[in-house]
Design a protein. Structure first.
Length: 542
């Protein structure tokens, strides 16, 4: 063998382009490498869901934020976007599991839509992790994604805001300054600072002092609420009675036979009248019935009208009645709260402004009804109201909010700004009884009480009805699937909170701050790219 042959045998030839691993193999290798991070993201999303009612493990909201911050830090945008989605999907699947009553396909579909916003959040967290003071920008981005989810698509769906997991925590008083967005910001800032502290405690560049400062910052954001005054002093009071008549069949067919739900509430009101006459309870100034307490339109059904009128005359005080009435045309109905006077009958009314897509109206009805036959259960679309729910109910100027509307900042704020002295939430959660959804809605109402310095009265057909003080304390509540009446003297307030006066300014400021930080992060990443044009580790925007 020649020397040339020996060298050839000793040194293998460089691989040809065709001998490289195929694209599929490379993709599979990347997937395998990312599985641990994806698994941690799934776990973190589930932990965040446990921070919300009915579990109420609110410190886990900090853990969830910190985990997502760490998992997306110094990743490419594509990697971080996937991590955000892997975090968001299980979070919403567990949080919205009450939708299983409608169908798991509805739960999964809505969870995917909402998780797409967390996908964008993950990408944004990766971009801003390159900036100085990145925990601040991370907190702003949490507000940004909630701002978007509250409005898009089809009017938005605000469930799962960090603020709604912190409606009875040290963060809660911050709502009186900047509403739910400021509470979300403070929670996210604490979580991101804890993530920053963890980073400073590991690796060769450990900085215990910096970690301690970050941890102190997280604690400061946690305790800031203790220095916020929550106004609760009453300008006047009103005696109220809340009637929870219950339903015959919780679930999709909660109404049962016609007049059953109406008879339950009318009979409960008449029992209340008998107790008043017997001196067992004080006579209230007003009575409040829940959403859908009349299952028939009293203006088109004489029997329903007489039954309501009889019950109201028996108790002898103005009563807020919830019912569906015919809309402006045959295709629409209106979800209304009606002030019913014992002498003059029905008077002022409020029509729900924000119907729920696919539950109270069907977008793209002509097209979707052909492929999703279950939507035929929504026979008529709900027609939205064009004004807020401020009405005079006896001696009280109330602000009526119907069911899911309590989750939307602008609807509740507009009601208070227009002069409501006490907030009333008429709701029908019978479809979701014992699923955790009523607990989540109760938590939202507690935050609204603090945000606006108003007592909140929840009237539910089957639970949870409650009396909430202006400081968010639940003074009375009912159990689910029971007939019950609550009686209380509640404050009427005219003063407004700072949150009422500044309106949307904190939310827009923080949300725009998050977007601007993303822009700055993109510029920083481009400047750090090597001269050859390939991105440095962790700086890729692909």
């Amino acid at each position: 063998m020649s020397v040339t042959q020996e060298r050839s045998a000793a040194a293998p030839e460089p691989p040809s382009p065709g001998s490289r691993p195929g694209r599929g193999a490379r993709v599979l290798a990347r997937v395998r490498a990312g599985l641990p991070r994806t698994g941690l993201a799934v776990l973190a999303g589930l932990l965040l869901a446990l921070a919300f009612p009915p579990f109420d493990l609110w410190p886990l909201s900090l853990v969830g934020v910190a985990a997502l911050s760490l998992l997306t830090r110094d990743r490419t945008v594509r990697q971080a976007a996937w991590t955000g989605f892997a975090f968001g999907l299980p979070f919403f699947l567990l949080l919205l599991s009450w939708l299983r009553v409608v169908g798991w396909d509805a739960t999964i579909g809505l969870s995917i839509v909402e998780a797409l916003f967390l996908l964008l959040l993950g990408a944004g967290l990766a971009v801003t992790s390159r900036l100085p003071a990145w925990p601040l920008w991370a907190a702003c981005l949490w507000v940004t994604q909630e701002w978007a989810r509250d409005r898009l698509p089809l009017g938005g769906f605000p469930w799962g805001r960090l603020a709604f997991a912190n409606t009875a925590t040290p963060y809660t008083p911050l709502a009186a300054i900047g509403g739910a967005p400021l509470v979300t910001f403070a929670v996210a800032l604490s979580g991101a600072l804890l993530a920053w502290a963890a980073l400073r405690l590991r690796g060769p560049g450990r900085a215990p002092k910096a970690a301690a400062l970050a941890a102190l910052g997280a604690v400061a954001a946690l305790l800031a609420g203790y220095v916020v005054p929550v106004p609760t002093a009453a300008d006047d009071t009103v005696k109220v009675a809340i009637v929870q008549g219950n339903v015959p069949n919780p679930g999709m067919d909660f109404l049962g036979r016609p007049m059953m739900v109406l008879n339950n509430h009318a009979a409960a009101t008449e029992r209340l009248a008998a107790d008043i006459k017997a001196g067992k309870v004080d006579r209230p100034d007003v009575v409040i019935w829940p959403e859908n307490s009349s299952d028939l339109d009293p203006f088109s059904d004489p029997l329903a009208y007489r039954r309501i009128d009889q019950a109201v005359r028996t108790v002898g005080v103005p009563t807020l009645v919830g019912t569906l009435v015919d809309g402006p045309d045959a295709q629409h109905v209106q979800n209304e709260g009606i002030v019913w006077d014992p002498q003059t009958g029905p008077g002022a009314s409020y029509t729900k402004q924000h119907p729920v897509p696919f539950g109270e109206y069907v977008p793209f009805r002509a097209q979707l009804m052909k492929v999703i036959t279950r939507l035929q259960r929504v026979a008529r679309d709900f027609y939205p109201g064009d004004h807020n729910g401020v009405m005079q109910l006896g001696p009280a100027r109330i602000g009526d909010v119907i069911c899911f509307e309590v989750a939307y900042d602008e609807i509740v704020r507009d009601t208070v700004d227009s002069g409501a002295r006490v907030l009333v939430v008429q709701t029908n959660n019978a479809t979701y009884a014992k699923t955790g959804q009523p607990d989540q809605q109760l938590a939202m109402s507690r935050l609204r009480a603090v945000e606006h310095g108003r007592a909140v009265l929840i009237a539910a057909t089957s639970g949870i009805s409650a009396v909430i003080a202006p400081d968010g304390t639940v003074q009375q509540r009912t159990e689910e699937l029971t007939a019950a009446e609550l009686s209380a003297t509640v404050p009427l307030r005219d003063g407004t909170t700072i949150a009422d006066r500044v309106g949307v300014a904190p939310e827009w400021t923080l949300a725009i701050g998050g977007l601007l930080a993303c822009g700055a992060g993109v510029l920083v990443a481009r400047r750090r790219r090597p001269a050859a044009g390939t991105p440095a580790a962790g700086d890729s925007l692909k």
